[in-house]
Write a new protein. Structure first.
Ligand code: GLV
Length: 334
């Protein structure tokens, strides 16, 4: 008789680095999706029916209905720092551990926030389109004049790890005056390290030359920036969203950009992505990228590895590295 217990069964719901999949196979009975098929909610629930755990990405929705249909599931490890794809309350009530992938992406994502800020302020993609379209015939004194990043006032909404990393870049690298708004104020030592000063949201919107959004998405942060907030911003100001679609009212933003009520925007995330509001596709003064802020090979590997480590640790010793909830103990079917 074999002494080895059956391996836990996990579902890797999207395509993932093959080496991480191989490592998972040492510990688990793995069903994967290397073809990266878009499973709808019913197919996902069906595949999770006999699984003990799942490795998910931000596009995989773990809802109360799915949890009710999959009573065997005990952990969902998200390969993302954000976890608004999870119904965390329902997971907690169902005794399902959730984990995310923080820290390993902080500096990479801050780099991208800065890249988007610079591309937006200095009109990088708009001018590239002009060049590619063969419209560049000669130099002109005011051609694609943008606004300075160095020495400007940077307003950061959401001052977690990534917000702080952007603040340090602005203050230390670009001599910016950094102001921020957050649910709670940072302690004085952290403010000093970031070179950042706390202000209320209205002051930030009225004062900043460049506004960067880095808040997690929740009902409370839905449309943090809408028509009223855009109206407070300076006509020369820029707005960058690397947080989540839904933090900005994209229709209101497209209108403000068209009417030049703000100068420009840089967006890596969108309401209803991968759909993009059609009006954003027709205004020239917006830089659009397909949710790639954490996308360097090294960082994406580290995110996948952290999600895998959470699964391995959970089944080996019942603890995880980066929990997002404390699940209610519930009796489960073996
Ligand atoms: C990406 O958006 C993430 O939350 O990691």
């Amino acid at each position: 008789m074999s002494m080895s217990a059956a391996k836990p069964r996990i579902l890797v719901a999207r395509a993932i680095f093959p080496e991480v999949l191989d490592a998972l196979s040492q510990h688990f009975d793995v069903e994967s999706n290397q073809a990266d098929v878009d499973w709808g909610p019913e197919e996902l629930a069906q595949r999770l029916l006999d699984k003990d755990g799942a490795l998910t990405t931000g596009s995989v929705r773990i809802s109360a209905e799915l949890l009710a249909a999959c009573p065997r599931l005990r952990i969902c490890a998200n390969m993302a720092v954000g976890f608004n794809n999870f119904d965390v309350d329902a997971m907690t009530a169902a005794g399902v551990q959730g984990t995310n992938a923080p820290d390993v992406l902080t500096e990479t994502t801050a780099d991208f926030g800065f890249a988007l800020l610079m591309a937006t302020a200095r009109r990088v993609t708009e001018s590239e389109h002009y060049l590619r379209a063969g419209q560049w015939k000669r130099w002109r004194y005011d051609m694609f004049c943008g606004s300075d990043v160095h020495g400007a006032t940077l307003g950061i909404i959401g001052m977690g790890r990534i917000g702080q990393a952007i603040a340090r870049r602005g203050a230390l690298g670009f001599g910016m005056q950094v102001i921020y708004h957050n649910r709670s104020r940072l302690d004085a030592a952290t403010e000093a390290t970031c070179g950042a000063r706390y202000v209320d949201k209205e002051t930030l919107l009225r004062t900043a030359d460049h506004v960067v959004l880095v808040v997690p998405y929740s009902a409370a942060s839905h449309h943090t920036i809408g028509a009223a907030e855009l109206a407070l911003m300076q006509p020369t100001a820029t707005l960058v969203n690397i947080a989540r679609g839904g933090v900005v009212d994209d229709a209101a933003l497209a209108q403000a950009l068209r009417e030049r009520r703000i100068a420009a925007a840089g967006l890596d995330v969108f309401e209803g992505e991968p759909q993009v509001h059609p009006d954003l596709l027709t205004v020239p003064n917006v830089v659009l990228t397909p949710h790639i802020a954490s996308a360097t090979l090294r960082t994406r590997r580290a995110m996948a590895q952290l999600a895998a480590d959470n699964l391995v640790d959970f089944f080996a010793c019942g603890t995880v590295r980066t929990p997002i909830n404390t699940p209610r103990p519930v009796a489960r079917r073996a």
